[in-house]
Design a protein around this ligand. Structure first.
Ligand SMILES: Cc1cc2nc3c(=O)[nH]c(=O)nc-3n(C[C@H](O)[C@H](O)[C@H](O)COP(=O)(O)O)c2cc1C
Ligand code: SF4
Ligand code: SF4
Length: 379
């Protein structure tokens, strides 16, 4: 399995592929990860309870049959657990605490171990909420923001695990971004409906942070749906228990897909509700269509948007394509949209599908980098 195919990283952590094991309290420890997720790009262990308040709640839940990781020496446990993951995959630890200080101590340790700290703003059992744990953090923006900023001062790579459709997702994504976190791990659950893919798109268009999409991924089609909405990585929890080969299968499919398409999480076209990155596939802005609303949200005029794309194309293979709709590949569609004109140009200039898509990925980054209004401030 090639480790270089994906260029995925967050701070000091590199991921060999975009498939993760999601945390499950009392279940996902190093032994579980070593058994079910040896191929993963990331394993998120935990949740671990760090302070008296969280331990009491966890003990209470455990006494009623829920599985929990409880230890009088949580930092020792976390250190042992990180070190016991023997697959060479990146490791994160999902943690709960009612107070900040234990989170800071955990962050220092986790950083020393080269791992990621994941702040649990997700668990929703009434006992957790009453104590201010888990999802309660989502309803307390000032505390969430202050904690993220304080934890980040340790230099740890920080993920925040959230649940979509609890508060305003756009405001939440921006708050997490501005407070300084590195990753948003979003459970896109919509009560009664499974994964809400629009929620992933909402996060993607609210921030440029690394996004891990989560919920109900049990095959590669479901993973691809999240990737095309802008998830940089997709995580699985229950699916890994139901199908012990799931992570291996997802990694194999993602690897094959990236090999053939070159941009595994390429967006849908803007006219199919694609995110900002999809401006890389948009036509010259001359007809009445959703492109205008999209580039305007980034502060571009039509002329500036046109110039920005043309400037990127200069000197690259995207300059070619005189016979295409708008005279250059820079205005051409996603490779998965069949088009014999574009494919003929690619063939004649010797540019493979995946090289074409890699250029489009760089173009998307260029368009976002040069926006007058940054993504995390767009309307
Ligand atoms: C038994 C169980 C325990 C869980 N414990 C945690 C936890 O401690 N921390 C957390 O952030 N998410 C926890 N989750 C949520 C999962 O990480 C994941 O977000 C959720 O199950 C949806 O993903 P899935 O459809 O792949 O299972 C738990 C889920 C399950 C099923
Ligand atoms: S410019 Fe083309 S690809 Fe973009 S939204 Fe309009 S029709 Fe769709
Ligand atoms: S030539 Fe084909 S790929 Fe290019 S813009 Fe026209 S329809 Fe799209």
């Amino acid at each position: 399995m090639s480790d270089c195919l994906f260029d995925l990283h967050a701070g000091y952590v590199r991921f060999r592929n975009p498939i993760a094991l999601a945390p499950m309290a009392g279940i996902v420890d190093s032994a579980f990860a070593n058994q079910y997720a040896v191929d993963a790009g990331l394993v998120v262990l935990g949740a671990f309870n760090l302070d008296k308040g969280s331990m009491e709640v966890a003990s209470d839940l455990a006494s009623r049959g829920r599985k929990e990781f409880i230890s009088d020496e949580p930092l020792e446990l976390i250190k042992r657990e990180i070190r016991a993951v023997n697959s060479g995959t990146a490791v994160a630890v999902n943690v709960r605490s009612t107070t900040l200080e234990p989170l800071i101590e955990a962050a220092k340790l986790v950083k020393e171990e080269g791992a990621i700290l994941e702040l649990n703003a997700h668990c929703k059992q009434p006992e957790m909420l009453k104590t201010g744990l888990g999802e309660a953090l989502l309803r307390d923006f000032p505390r969430l923001s202050a904690w993220i900023t304080a934890i980040k001062k340790t230099g740890v790579v920080l993920s925040v695990k959230v649940r979509a459709n609890v508060v305003n997702d756009v405001e939440l994504a921006r708050l997490i971004d501005k407070a300084g976190a590195d990753i948003i791990h979003v459970d896109a659950m919509l009560e009664g409906f499974g994964a809400d893919l629009d929620a992933i798109s909402n996060y993607r268009d609210a921030t440029r942070l690394f996004i891990i999409g989560n919920n109900s991924v049990t095959d590669f089609d479901a993973a691809k749906d999240m990737f095309s909405r802008g998830a940089d990585m997709v995580s699985v929890a229950r699916g890994a228990m139901e199908n012990p080969n799931l992570i291996k299968e997802l990694v194999e499919c993602a690897t094959m897909y990236q090999g053939s398409i070159g941009w595994y999480n390429a967006p849908k076209h803007v006219c199919s509700e694609g995110d900002f990155r999809a401006l890389a596939f948009c036509c010259l802005p001359v007809k009445h269509c959703p492109v205008h609303g999209k580039y305007k949200k980034l502060g571009y005029t039509a002329e500036e948007f046109t110039r920005t794309k043309m400037e990127f194309a200069r000197g690259t293979m995207l300059e070619y394509g005189e016979d295409t709709c708008f005279g250059s590949l820079v205005w051409c569609c996603k490779i998965t949209k069949p088009c014999w004109i574009r494919d003929g140009v690619l063939h004649s200039i010797g540019l493979s599908d995946s090289e074409y898509m890699k250029l489009k990925e760089k173009l998307a980054k260029h368009v976002l980098d040069h926006a007058r209004i940054p993504v995390n401030e767009s309307q």
